[in-house]
Write a protein that binds this ligand. Structure first.
Ligand code: NDP
Length: 242
């Protein structure tokens, strides 16, 4: 039976590209979305056509109770995951002075609390499986250098790096690696309504946005056997923006 990987937020964008790459590399998948299950179902069809096993989970990564319920049932059904990609995320941009408490809370809950809510029910089964594993968290260049209008998002993504590095220390002796991939400006739906795109583009040495598939390639490398000795790292995919 093939190893199984959960990719959160894999109904579209970067998560979809990651799931398709991992399926092509021979992994079975648990896809995941919050609202747009029709999009996740379409990704699942594509993956089935590649001959891989796939199911679709639907829940809010910011809901601790539901995450535990769904993921515990999932482990009971399929066994422990080999890998998890914490990709689901969102932004609510605005200058800090005018930022609502709700926009702060939503961004922290989804991007940072989601790390806890998704991984906490999955780690012990991964350890008890005794066959090593992989965790990759999708952070952001905003968490590395800060981005105007994204104080909430930059804080959450920087927090994710700290959490991943600490978890890497706890799991290294179990042969479970924990790394981050930090995309720069990637051409997905998330950029709709993003105010500063021209300004950021001008600062990117490569002078273009990246693609979801370029991020997926980095994740697939970290998931694979060649990356067994890489842990506690942040791999930037950003055209030189730093
Ligand atoms: P998209 O908006 O295209 O996709 C986001 C995905 O996350 C969707 O599948 C969405 O599902 C899911 N999602 C969002 N909020 C939740 C939630 N609360 N619970 C469960 N699922 C949720 O974004 P991208 O593909 O661009 O982004 C993917 C990741 O990459 C994010 O973590 C983002 O922060 C990060 N990133 C993106 C960059 C970019 O330039 N695009 C740059 C740097 C980092 P649904 O549609 O059902 O809500």
């Amino acid at each position: 039976m093939a190893e199984r990987i959960l990719v959160t937020g894999s109904s579209r964008g970067i998560g979809r590209a990651i799931a398709l790459r991992l399926a092509a590399a021979g992994f079975d998948l648990s896809l995941h979305c919050r609202h747009r299950s029709d999009e996740a179902a379409a990704v699942a069809e594509t993956i089935r056509a590649l001959g891989r096993e796939v199911d679709v989970l639907q829940f809010d990564v910011g809901d601790r109770v539901v995450c535990r319920e769904v993921l515990t049932a999932e482990v009971a059904r399929h066994g422990a995951y080999y890998g998890v990609v914490c990709n689901a995320g969102l932004s609510r941009d605005g200058t800090f002075a005018g930022m609502s408490g709700d926009d702060w809370d939503l961004v922290m809950r989804t991007n940072l609390d989601g790390f806890h809510h998704v991984l906490q029910p999955l780690i012990l089964p991964m350890v008890q499986r005794r066959r090593g594993g992989r965790i990759v968290c999708i952070t952001s260049v905003s968490g590395q250098i800060g981005q105007r209008g994204q104080v909430n998002y930059s804080a959450a993504k920087a927090g994710l790096v700290g959490a991943a590095k600490a978890l890497a220390l706890e799991l290294a002796s179990r042969h479970i690696t924990v790394n981050c991939v930090a995309p720069g400006l990637i051409d997905t739906e998330m950029l709709e309504g993003h105010g500063a795109i021209e300004e950021i583009l001008a600062a990117i040495p490569a002078r273009r946005m990246g693609t979801a598939d370029e991020v997926a390639a980095a994740v697939a490398f970290l998931m694979g056997p060649d990356a067994a000795y890489i842990t506690r790292q942040v791999l930037a995919v950003n055209g030189g923006l730093c």
